[in-house]
Ligand binder design. Structure first.
Ligand SMILES: CC(C)(COP(=O)(O)OP(=O)(O)OC[C@H]1O[C@@H](n2cnc3c(N)ncnc32)[C@H](O)[C@@H]1OP(=O)(O)O)[C@@H](O)C(=O)NCCC(=O)NCCS
Length: 157
C-alpha cells in the first residue's frame, strides 16, 4: 500500500520532476500524492468545489496496475467525506478505457448528464496543450464514514 498524503510545498519539485501536477495553480483544491518511501508514484487533484471533483489522476507508467489509483481515489473520497460532502464527481474521456475501468471498479457511474465535447488550448503547468475530446460525467455517492475511521462516533453526521 502506498503512503498517501496531501502535497506539501516543499515536495513540489520532487513530484513535479516525474508527474504533471497540471492543476497545481488551479487554486481550488489539494493534490494528493502516493509515495513509496521517497519515490512519488502518482497523484490526484481533489477540487473542493460543490460537489467536489476528482481530477488529474496520473500514475507513473512503471507503477501502474498495482492499485495506486484505486488507493488515491479511496483517499480522495475519505477527504471529501471528512469535509462533509456526500458525493464525488469526475470527468472521464469516452476514449479512455483504462480510466473508465478504474472508476467503474471504484463504484462510479454516469451522473445522468450529457457527454460534453471539449476543444481548444488548455494551459497547464507544463505548457499549453491542444484538446479535442468528449467527456463523460460520472459520480459516486459517498456513504458512511471515512475508511480510516478507527472508532465510530454516534454523533458523526
Ligand atoms: C488510468 C490510471 C490512472 C490507472 O492507474 P492504476 O494505478 O494503474 O490503476 P489501479 O491499479 O488502481 O487499477 C484498478 C483497476 O482499474 C482497472 N484498470 C486500470 N488500468 C487499466 C487498464 N490499463 N486496462 C484495463 N483496466 C484497467 C482494472 O480493473 C484494475 O484492477 P486490476 O489491475 O486488478 O485488473 C493510469 O493508467 C494512468 O495514470 N493513466 C494515464 C492518465 C489517465 O488516463 N488518468 C485518468 C484521467 S480521467
Amino acid at each position: 500500500m502506498p503512503d498517501i498524503r496531501p502535497l506539501a510545498s516543499t515536495e513540489i519539485d520532487v513530484v513535479g520532476a516525474v508527474l504533471g501536477l497540471a492543476r497545481l495553480h488551479q487554486g481550488d483544491g489539494v493534490y494528493l500524492v502516493a509515495w513509496q518511501g521517497s519515490e512519488p508514484l502518482g497523484h490526484a487533484h481533489l477540487a473542493l468545489t460543490d460537489p467536489p471533483e476528482l481530477q488529474d489522476v496520473e500514475i507513473r507508467l512503471e507503477y501502474r496496475r498495482h492499485g495506486v489509483a484505486s488507493s488515491l481515489t479511496a483517499y480522495a473520497e475519505d477527504e471529501a467525506r471528512r469535509r462533509g460532502f456526500h458525493r464525488l464527481r469526475l470527468d472521464v474521456s469516452v476514449d479512455n478505457a483504462p480510466a473508465q475501468a478504474l472508476y467503474r471498479r471504484c463504484g462510479y457511474a454516469s451522473a445522468g448528464e450529457a457527454p460534453r465535447r471539449v476543444t481548444g488550448t488548455i494551459q497547464l503547468r507544463t505548457g499549453p496543450i491542444e484538446v479535442d475530446e468528449t467527456l463523460l460525467v460520472w459520480e459516486k455517492r459517498l456513504s458512511g464514514g471515512p475508511h480510516t475511521t478507527v472508532s465510530s462516533r454516534p454523533d458523526a453526521g
